[in-house]
Design a binder for this molecule. Structure first.
Ligand code: PMP
Length: 420
């Protein structure tokens, strides 16, 4: 009976989301590519934008454009209000305690670089260790390597198994009182694995280490609560959650952010400046030097409201069902090897097809109007771990349908015949 009621519950949540209706909110989806209706399956690279976000950008530039925080005039006040309201929207969305803990950045990459350059330079010393996992995006590898090189610290890597799952026992073995910080992704962009971040963070803290979570691939698919997770830092990019490019978020616990030195100097990040001494501004402005990306921050706020309206529970259930369907259908194609078969996955299907180079697959699919990604997905160590040069990757959002999957499967069959 219990299983039955769960099934009914999931089914109800799935039908609570109407992808056909939602698709109409995304004008870009309604077009032909190479004479075929577009099937957009590159959502892990970037997501499409609902009309509400596009309208908010246009409205801002048509009605409210002004610099923030400095003007007494009406437009500046409107721009400031909308920019700060978006910050509060992000704060609530992440379950952070205060808006001051939400720093605007250019995206996940800049958020992680902010932590390595500010917290890292101030706190990491020769002999210290930093732990990441073997399934990180380059933006959660290279900044740590640069820090380690500068400081004489060591980067250690938690291995993954053949399904692409984080090896928790190996993680436990690598932790020690030399570990300063653990930095892992919440969801892998190359494999789709959902990592057990709550447990990873808890164990890091037992060793006195901090924990940074790269949430670039998580926030559009899973509910996140940074206070419940108890992570020290959480990073994500607006463009992966239906918002504009060029804006992203670093969440940090207030006490940590307070103690961290600013990364960039300039306007807005100061309280007072003399040639002898500058007093830095309070949070979050201490980390937001110069005129910020006002319009896109506002757009991000609207994107999050849109996701809240659709509901992450409904999105998660719908996408789980779609991923399962895609995994079964694509997995049944002769010669397919799925890379990333973790028990807990979100919205990513990476694969190879026989000896066909993923770039060739991508090109054939493009001619069919289907957008997927082919390459190393900025995760070259993952490719090396699975001994492939590249994979083809279909990645889903709630506006994708079973029909999109069927089109993908038909195009893959066609590619198989072409290259046979
Ligand atoms: N981490 C992960 C897991 C990602 O998927 C990406 C983007 N592909 C990034 C970090 C970097 O994000 P951005 O390029 O928006 O800074």
């Amino acid at each position: 009976m219990a299983a039955n009621s769960t099934t009914v519950e999931v089914a109800e949540r799935v039908t609570a989301l109407d992808p056909e209706a939602l698709r109409r909110d995304f004008p870009i989806l309604d077009q032909q590519v190479h004479g075929k209706p577009l099937v957009y399956l590159d959502n892990a690279a970037t997501t499409q934008k609902p009309r509400a976000v596009i309208d908010a950008l246009v409205h801002y530039y048509e009605h409210d454009n002004a610099n923030v925080h400095r003007g007494v005039h009406e437009l500046s006040q409107r721009a400031t209000n909308d920019y700060e309201n978006a910050r509060t929207t992000v704060q609530k969305f992440l379950g952070a305690a205060e808006p001051e803990e939400i720093i605007y950045t250019r995206g996940t990459t800049e958020s992680i670089n902010l932590v390595t350059a500010s917290w890292g330079r101030a706190n990491v010393r020769a002999g210290d260790e930093i732990l990441i996992s073997a399934m990180e995006h380059h933006s959660n590898i290279v900044p740590w390597q640069m820090l380690c090189e500068e400081k004489g610290a060591t980067l250690k890597v938690v291995p993954i198994n053949d399904d692409g799952e984080f090896l928790f026992d190996e993680y436990r073995k690598l932790l020690s009182n030399r570990t300063k910080i653990v930095a892992v992704n919440h969801v892998s962009n190359a494999l789709g694995t959902i990592n057990p971040v709550a447990d990873i963070i808890k164990l890091a803290h037992e060793y006195g280490a901090l924990a940074l979570i790269d949430g670039a691939q998580a926030v559009a698919h899973l509910k996140v609560n940074v206070q419940k997770l108890d992570c020290d830092f959480y990073a994500f990019s607006s463009h992966k959650i239906f918002g504009p490019t060029g804006i992203g978020i670093l969440y940090g616990k207030r006490a940590l952010l307070e103690a961290m030195p600013p990364c960039e100097g300039g306007g807005d990040m100061i309280k007072s400046v003399t040639f002898e001494k500058t007093i830095y501004n309070d949070l979050p402005y201490k980390f937001e030097a110069g005129t910020p990306n006002i319009a896109d921050a506002i757009g991000l706020g609207v994107a999050i409201q849109y996701v809240n309206d659709v509901g992450l529970d409904a999105i998660g259930a719908y996408e789980d069902d779609l991923l399962q369907y895609a995994t079964e259908r694509v997995g049944a194609i002769d010669g397919i090897r799925i890379i990333g078969t973790a028990k807990h996955k979100a919205s990513v299907l990476s694969f190879t097809l026989g000896q066909i180079h993923p770039h060739d697959l991508g090109t054939v699919l493009d001619r069919e109007g289907i957008a997927i990604r082919a390459g190393h997905h900025c995760a070259q160590p993952v490719m090396e771990r699975f001994k492939v040069a590249a994979t083809a990757r279909a990645s889903f959002a709630f506006y994708n349908t079973r029909d999109d999957v069927d089109r993908l499967v038909a195009a893959l069959e066609k590619a198989r015949e072409i290259f046979a």
